[in-house]
Design a protein around this ligand. Sequence first.
Ligand code: MG
Length: 156
Amino acid sequence: MQTSLDRLAERGVTLGEIAALVLDLQKPYVPGLELPECQESVETVLGKREVAHALLTGIAMDEMAEQHRLPEPLQAIVLRDDPLFGIDEILALSVVNIYGSIGFTNFGYLDKLKPGVVGRVDRMHDEHRCNTFLDDLIAAVAAAAAARIAHHHRME
Ligand code: MG
């Protein structure tokens, strides 16, 4: 899990920012929910092997695009964040549903409105900086962490 957090930090994203998304998503449904519980949920999600692998893969693709090391036509497609590419969303979907379909709804919401760090990362994009995969992956991790909290509080 430390690797995932380290890689996120290298790309300018903190655990606290992702946890803030989770809090916004779940606060209306879980009275008394606070940031530390959201942070813990994000850490648990990041600790899952399949999530870590998705994150490492997506970040590697973004970095290789920045370094112009991808073969064409992939290089141009990833670097310009072509909306018809779609593989960034597909990779993120492998993270979204690990705690059931609530994650899918949460992801759709974050992907459409791009609140907080999702929007910040999405806008941080030029010929030197590529976040084609990162914004979707952050939204997916937050969506899954929020779904996990929803299930926990339903069980209580
Ligand atoms: Mg994207």
